[in-house]
Design a protein around this ligand. Structure first.
Ligand code: CO
Length: 175
């Protein structure tokens, strides 16, 4: 048997990431932990965690992606709700048995090696539902990514500092 553990994230399709952040980050005060280009979804995703789950703002980066088509057809709004499950195979098998229309009958690999599957809105009363089973390596992957980001920010800071030092040196030596 399986259990649904929590709402992992709610994904919202937007036309303009900065404009969306003006509300979701600056208006509500949610923190953006990272912004990532998700190549397989042809989109940029901004992650804004709340206590138990995340808001994900998704902006298509191509005209042809599923997300882009969704945006053209329906305009901005909720794209999917993601439920975290402890045993994705058991959950999919159970749903298939009940003739639920599955977009992915088998789990596919999402970013960071997590295992996900989508359920068709036809069977969920109008909402695209993503199932998600946390992989044991997930925390480690997130930590590595955070470290890389911190390192990059530090390197950029160093570049700015070096630039400033050069500038100051130049100012001190007018002749
Ligand atoms: Co998702």
């Amino acid at each position: 048997m399986f259990s649904i553990l929590r709402i992992n994230h709610v994904a919202i399709v937007v036309e303009d990431l900065d404009a969306a952040l003006d509300f979701w980050r600056d208006g509500l005060g949610l923190e953006v932990t990272h912004v990532e280009e998700v190549a397989e979804q042809e989109s940029m995703v901004a992650f804004l965690p709340t206590a138990e789950s995340e808001i994900e703002l998704v902006k298509p980066t191509s005209e042809t992606s599923g997300v882009a088509r969704y945006l053209r057809k329906r305009g901005p709004g909720i794209h999917h709700i993601c439920l975290e499950v402890d045993d994705i195979e058991a959950c999919l098998a159970h749903l298939a048995e009940r003739n639920v229309r599955l977009i992915n009958a088998e789990p596919i690999l999402g970013t960071g090696g997590k295992r996900i599957a989508f359920i068709h809105p036809e069977s969920t009363h109008g909402v695209l539902v993503e199932l998600y089973e946390l992989s044991p390596q997930e925390d480690e992957i997130r930590l590595t990514r955070a470290r890389e980001l911190a390192q990059r920010a530090w390197d950029q800071g160093q570049l700015v500092a070096d630039g400033l030092r050069e500038l100051v040196k130049g100012l001190r030596e007018p002749d």
